[in-house]
Ligand binder design. Structure first.
Ligand code: NDP
Length: 331
């Protein structure tokens, strides 16, 4: 038996290459579940793995793809039977374990969750790691007491994968959403997803010398990091909450100050999707199935095949990919 996969390899001179290849099944890692992958997706981290950047992939050759959805082919885990539809996100699959850019994957049963009844495998990957992480952030804001009457929520990197899903979920839940984007042409798309206000990235990109700015946001979902994160913290209302997801601009905050924390009681919550316990993933997926409007998903999706990935990897790192990119691995 063979399977088809995007194989990333590193030559002796350090050059990274990515190509679609047919491989024998015995090249798959040792998992207790074999899954016929139907869809995977493209996340920022996949861009790093496809291009060999960021030191995420340590062993070559490697099959990237940090998430996938498909059908169980064989199971040594009593919770699953052949024919079950399943979803995988996180657990460093696609980084240190062969991932979803393949027609077949072998993984551990603990890493899978059953596909919610309300979703197809394609919809699950339109949501993917980015959407799961957005939902985890929204649930963290809720748990911290942020509710629609408290005011507007700011979403940064809004036209990206995490941002797009966050805008759609928050709007559906009745929040007024302000979307920060560096792409003026994405304004109509973001309004369609439910954003009420569009903010030019340039307005928040530079550090501010002021210790605090006017109170504006009840909360924020930030996938950008850097000085923009600090600008947001300075603009969040008394007792407001910011969920930090990503580092699309920078992992460091040169202008960092504790003033918003100690004068306004602002909270900064860290969101990690990779190692979240299974029960939280199940909760988040059932909330996604209930709270993410399916019609909005269609607006976010562009669909490609395995052979498009060598070009898509660099594109997402350059911020050129809008919304969610679904990969039909059978194409
Ligand atoms: P995308 O590339 O799809 O989206 C990132 C968006 O950030 C871009 O679309 C762009 O939005 C904005 N952006 C890019 N560069 C800059 C910049 N220099 N300054 C300001 N804004 C910028 O990536 P994802 O949505 O998949 O991921 C977003 C971030 O979240 C990444 O850093 C990723 O690593 C992280 N992440 C973390 C997870 C976790 O578990 N914590 C899980 C998933 C992702 P626009 O065009 O609208 O300006």
């Amino acid at each position: 038996m063979t399977f088809r996969a995007l194989l990333v390899d590193k030559a002796g001179d350090g050059t990274i290459s990515a190509s679609v290849q047919d491989l024998p099944d015995d090249r798959l890692p040792d998992g207790d579940m074999t899954v016929a992958v139907e869809y995977s997706t493209l996340n920022y981290k996949d861009g790093l793995c496809i291009t060999g950047k960021g030191g995420l992939v340590r062993t070559f050759p490697h099959v990237p793809g940090v998430d996938f959805a498909g059908t169980v082919e064989a199971s040594a885990d009593p919770r699953y039977r052949p024919g079950d539809k399943v979803v995988l996100t996180g657990w460093r699959v696609g980084e240190i374990w062969w991932g979803g850019y393949a027609t077949r994957a072998k993984v551990k049963g603990d890493w899978l969750v059953p596909l919610p009844d309300a979703l197809t495998t394609r919809e699950a990957m339109a949501i993917g790691t980015a959407g799961l992480t957005s939902m985890l952030a929204v649930m963290a804001l809720e748990k911290a007491g942020v509710t629609p009457p408290k005011g507007e929520i700011l979403v940064t990197g809004a036209a990206g994968g995490v941002g797009s899903v966050a805008v759609a979920i928050l709007a559906r839940m009745g929040f007024r959403v302000a979307a920060v984007t560096g792409r003026p042409e994405a304004a109509d798309y973001l309004r369609e997803l439910g954003a009420e206000t569009i903010i030019d990235r340039a307005e928040l990109a530079e550090a501010s010398a002021k210790p605090l700015e006017s109170e504006r946001w009840a909360g924020a979902v930030d996938s950008v990091g850097g000085d923009m994160l600090m600008r947001i913290l300075k603009q969040v209302k008394y007792d407001g909450v910011v969920a930090s997801i990503g580092l699309a601009a920078s992992a460091t905050v040169p202008s960092f100050s504790v003033i918003p924390f100690i004068l306004r009681g602002v909270s900064l919550l860290g969101i990690d999707s990779v190692m979240r316990p299974r029960n939280e993933r199940l909760d988040a997926w059932s909330r996604i199935a209930a709270d993410l409007p399916h019609d909005k998903l269609d607006d976010m999706i562009a669909e490609y095949g395995l052979s498009d990935l060598p070009a898509l990897g660099p594109a997402i790192l350059e911020g050129k990919v809008r919304g969610r990119t679904v990969i039909d691995v059978r194409k």
